[in-house]
Design a protein around this ligand. Structure first.
Ligand code: IPM
Ligand code: MG
Length: 357
């Protein structure tokens, strides 16, 4: 197989972890006889510094011309003073919108080898945690108009619009049910239908789509209750589908309870454009350039790319197994370090994974 990948290293630890992920798929290419050609483009703070904007037109063109996009992280204190439209984060939101990446898949998995890092009591996680958050990514209050800050009656008011069109809800619900079919066949849809009109529509449309997926169990839950249930009894969840804002919050919560944020990958998918793959941790500017970052989330994001963008199942399995063996062999970066384990840096961890592919 011959595929083109557009790399967007971005800011902070982005470039270091991307480097390990790229070397990982080079190892996959050698072992399985594929060719992955990578091209690098600017996004976020790096793009602001070089080009004055967080998402230059040539970056967008490079992404559109590729088969998949791989992103490190964006943002950092250096650009915190900029207004919302010019910040590094605007690059990320822009690319989601421009590539129509309406679905964000964020698996929250407790790796058995890292059970000790889990933030919840052992009796609560019992057999382990394996939740897939399916977050709508191009709608809701993130993009709704009107929005802004203006003066009314002599004082400033800030406002955003939470809006969903029926087709936006329909397509994310369909993807959630399809995802559940490959797992434990349960979807929990989270909304605030007790307060918000937009959530009433969300609930109605999700229920309509469910008619085509009768083999999958559907439940509805208010988002605040879901936030509580995620720490009280997370094992009840299989696929959790929700809108952009609730998904932003609930996916961070689902990820952090596993205790290994530095381990978790994500995929953003659209109907036709190339998918975008990225670790869910941020740019971690405090440890950037120190060979301390955990590259495993980026490496596992590569494996999601192999599986979801290219359909390369056994290659993806090989990467995931290599990561598991590294953990079994006792290697840890600082973020997941425990007593009696072997502390390694970013590049060593990458090398250890490659040796096991
Ligand atoms: C995420 C992040 C982004 C979001 C930020 C960086 C714009 O928090 O991917 O979850 O809010 O979507
Ligand atoms: Mg977030």
């Amino acid at each position: 197989m011959n595929k083109k990948i557009c790399l967007l290293p971005g800011d902070g630890i982005g470039p270091e972890i991307i480097n390990e992920a790229v070397q990982t798929i080079d190892a996959v290419a050698r072992r399985f006889g594929h060719t992955f050609s990578c091209k690098t483009a600017l996004i976020g703070g790096a793009a602001i510094d070089a080009k004055g904007v967080p998402l230059p037109a040539e970056t967008l063109a490079a992404c559109k011309a590729s088969d998949a996009v791989f992103l490190g992280a964006v943002g950092g204190p250096k650009w915190d003073q900029l207004d919302n439209k010019s910040r590094p984060e605007a690059g990320l939101l822009g690319i989601r919108k421009e590539l129509e990446l309406f679905a964000n898949l964020r698996p929250a998995i407790l790796f058995p080898e890292l059970a000790g890092a889990c933030l919840l009591r052992p009796d609560i996680v019992r057999a382990g945690l394996d939740i897939m958050v399916v977050r709508e990514l191009t709608g809701c209050v993130y993009f709704g108009q009107p929005r802004g800050i203006e003066t009314r009656d002599g004082e400033r008011v800030g406002f955003n619009t939470m809006i969903y069109r029926e087709h936006e809800i329909r397509r994310i619900a369909k993807l959630a049910f399809e995802t559940a079919r490959l797992r434990r066949k349960k979807v929990c849809s989270c909304d605030k239908a007790n307060v918000l009109d937009v959530s009433r529509l969300w609930r109605d449309v999700v229920s309509e789509v469910h008619k085509d997926f009768q083999d999958v169990e559907l439940t509805h839950m208010y988002a605040d209750n879901a936030a509580m249930q995620l720490v009280r009894d997370p094992v009840q969840f299989d696929v959790l589908v929700t809108g952009n804002l609730f998904g932003d919050i609930l996916s961070d919560e689902a990820a952090v309870i596993t205790g290994s944020l530095g381990m978790l990958p994500s995929a953003s998918l659209g109907a036709k454009s190339p998918g975008l793959f990225e670790p869910i941790h941020g740019s971690a500017p405090d440890i950037a350039g120190q060979d301390k970052a955990n590259p495993l989330a980026a490496i596992l994001s590569m494996s999601m790319m192999l599986r979801l963008a290219f359909g390369l199942e056994k290659e993806a399995d090989a990467v995931e197994n290599a990561v598991r063996i590294c953990l079994k062999d006792g290697y840890r970066t600082g973020d997941i370090m425990e007593a009696d384990k072997i502390l390694v840096g970013t590049s060593k961890m990458g090398e250890l994974v490659r040796e096991r592919i």
